[in-house]
Design a protein around this ligand. Structure first.
Ligand code: G3P
Length: 217
């Protein structure tokens, strides 16, 4: 399973990248706004900076909701860097645009996916990635992980090449469960990635080893 970081925060991207386990970055308009990025030039420059920091796929989201607007924006985004993947919302014109991008050799990430039906449409249109939002499904009283299991089964049976990119990750256990369910990618906040490091027995064991090491010094 590939690890992406789900943020537009450069310090967090740097920290995750320095761990040596980072395969890419996903962003969205909310994450860009959180970092105070304002204006199209600043947004484009921010994507460029992220691409120069991380050697992996970088999802950059369009904000148009009509076919022509999505295509125009997507073309500008992919011109920034070869690693840009155009993130397109799961709407009718989004599916049409994903098909167009696929036919024109441009990679896409279909976002805001909450059902197997939506994911099937994205895969049929040729999306490189499909992003089910598991945390938000959990928030609404359903089981986000069930969708990952269902998509793994469908995509394997049907031989879809689209990668299942589990998004809206809220904790380390989500990451473990995604790996277990066969997600191709998990895009995570830095805290959830770092949470994987932690176990109290590791801390206790290390303290004891270091204490005993003094006896051998
Ligand atoms: O990038 C899309 C997704 O990961 C958003 O997560 O936490 O806002 O539901 P969240």
């Amino acid at each position: 399973m590939k690890f992406f970081i789900d943020t537009a925060n450069l310090a967090q991207i740097k920290e995750a990248n320095e761990l040596g386990i980072l395969d890419g970055v996903t962003t969205n308009p909310s994450l860009m706004a959180k970092e105070g990025i304002k204006g199209i030039d600043a947004v484009m420059q921010h994507y460029k900076t992220i691409c120069e920091m991380v050697d992996g796929d970088i999802s950059a989201e369009v904000i148009s909701t009509d076919f022509d607007g999505i295509i125009e924006e997507g073309k500008k985004l992919v011109a920034i860097h070869r690693n840009i993947v155009v993130k397109v919302p799961m709407i009718k014109d989004g599916i049409k645009a994903i098909k167009w991008f696929t036919q024109n050799g441009i990679r896409t990430n279909c976002t805001l996916v909450f059902s197997a039906g939506q994911a099937i449409l994205a895969a049929k249109a040729g999306a490189s990635y499909v992003s089910p939002f598991i945390g938000r499904i959990d928030d609404s009283g359903w089981d986000g992980m069930e969708l990952i299991h269902q998509l793994r089964q469908i995509f394997t049976i049907q031989g879809y090449k689209t990668e299942i990119l589990a998004a809206s990750i809220r904790n380390p256990n989500h990451i473990i469960k995604c790996a277990e369910a066969g997600a191709d990618v998990c895009t995570c906040p830095l805290d959830s990635i770092l949470g994987l490091l932690k176990h109290p027995l590791t801390d206790i064991g290390l303290a004891k080893f270091l204490e005993d090491a003094k006896k051998t010094a």
